[in-house]
Design a protein around this ligand. Structure first.
Ligand SMILES: Nc1nc2c(ncn2[C@@H]2O[C@H](COP(=O)(O)OP(=O)(O)OP(=O)(O)O)[C@@H](O)[C@H]2O)c(=O)[nH]1
Length: 394
């Protein structure tokens, strides 16, 4: 499937940019990538999104929004037609789905995302998914907390731009609830557990954004059509499968990813075969036991390792497993076993599986998608953290 990615606000734009940067030319899955922000400098700092797909809006904002989500919502609603029109710079009608990336906790992206998602739903007849990062705890830590580096001269709990975000939890909860019923599904990335000890967003955000891009790229590139001449998947995951697993009732979605390095012969075509798709190993060349072991290891990491949002793996509505890598290493029995393993761990009512051949690759990877994961302890904690102020404000 082909994806139209739109980043909104600082985090959303950087994440969209990271996805665009990481997209492999061998496995393209992006229709277009757009970045919408009120902050010109932030837009200019992006790495790879084409200039004509970066759009600054809200010239009336003079000194930022200071976490004022209601103002962000008003500005988002006022500019939503302008933002949607920007998409005509690309080919949005060719997309099988939209992905709106946003950092929950801020006022710009969180304010505009619900209006944008609602507008896309009326303009296009394809699913609109959201990719949302949850705010980190250390954006609002009390003074003297040991996880704030002692040489940090910024205010305690400051984010990557040096701003504190005392409203982060409250804003995140409110934006999540506004997206409910608008987005088909929400991919969640929980920032806090992905930050290293003593690391804050200043140091960590580019690494986190690459992690997000790896997970999302592994998923959506596996659903893209293979290039001419490249081997087809034994079991293709297409846009319909994605829609079935993600659903259309704003399910929360978490991803698990694991990769295992494998030995491939890069010295050239084997057995006189050259399909014009780069170096690859023939299945005769790879020990079955080695291939099975590589698939099992990658699948184990994806299912039992760290998820983008930790949840009760045994209480998942729907699940999908994709195993990819050099064709010779994709042992189909092991791939099918992996899908059954995910099914038995999650006890989900529906579990799909597929494979993604990557000629020339040097690792076997597995991506587990779990959808319908609520209740999630982390979201409940955010709701609690945001609740007292929320009731006072509204
Ligand atoms: N993963 C990740 N999170 C980020 C990044 N930048 C900021 N965040 C977090 O995302 C949330 C929203 O921040 P921004 O996207 O900068 O905020 P904004 O939408 O531009 O809105 P305002 O700055 O409030 O006007 C906060 O919780 C930030 O700490 C980033 O590059 N990656």
């Amino acid at each position: 499937m082909q994806l139209e990615v739109i980043g909104i606000g600082g985090a959303g734009c950087r994440i969209a940019d990271a996805i665009h940067t990481a997209e492999s030319t061998a496995q393209p899955f992006l229709c277009d990538t757009f970045a919408f922000d009120t902050d010109t400098l932030s837009l200019e700092a992006l790495e790879s999104i084409p200039d004509e797909h970066r759009h600054r809006y809200g010239a009336e904002i003079e000194n930022g929004l200071n976490g004022n989500l209601q103002r962000g919502e008003t500005i988002g609603e006022e500019h939503v037609d302008e933002l949607s029109r920007q998409l005509d710079e690309g080919t949005p009608s060719a997309a099988d789905a939209f992905l709106v990336a946003v950092g929950l906790g801020g006022a710009t992206g969180g304010g505009a995302a619900p209006a944008l998602v609602a507008n896309l739903q009326t303009l296009y007849d394809v699913p609109v998914y959201v990719l949302a990062t949850l705010p980190a705890d250390r954006e609002r830590l009390p003074d003297g907390d040991p996880s704030v580096p002692s040489d940090d001269t910024r205010p305690t709990g400051a984010d990557a731009d040096g701003a504190t975000r005392p409203m982060a939890a409250q804003n995140a909860v409110r934006t999540l609830s506004r997206l409910d019923g608008l987005a088909n599904a929400i991919f969640c990335f929980d920032t806090e557990p992905w930050l290293r000890t003593g690391e804050d967003l200043v140091d960590g955000r580019d690494r986190l954004n690459r992690e997000i891009a790896t997970h999302m790229g592994a998923f959506f590139s596996s659903t893209a059509q293979t290039a001419d001449g490249a081997p087809n998947a034994e079991s293709v995951v297409d846009a319909n499968d994605v829609a079935r697993i993600l659903g259309d009732e704003t399910a929360l979605v978490s991803l698990g990813y694991g990769a295992q390095q494998v030995d491939t012969d890069d010295s050239g075509p084997l057995f006189g075969l050259d399909l014009g798709i780069g170096p690859f190993s023939s299945s005769d060349d790879v020990e079955t036991s080695a291939a099975v072991s590589a698939v099992e290891t990658a699948v184990g990491k994806a299912i039992q390792g760290k998820l983008t949002l930790e949840c009760d793996r045994t209480a998942v509505d729907r699940a999908l497993l994709i195993v990819g890598g050099p064709p010779a290493w994709l042992n189909q029995t092991a791939v099918a076993d992996g899908r059954r393993r995910l099914e038995s761990v999650t006890e989900s009512t529906e579990t799909l599986g597929g494979d993604a051949p990557r000629p020339g690759g040097d690792e076997v990877f597995a991506l587990a998608v779990v959808a319908g994961i609520e209740p999630v302890a982390r979201i409940e904690a955010l709701r609690e953290a945001g609740a007292p102020r929320a009731s006072g404000e509204r």
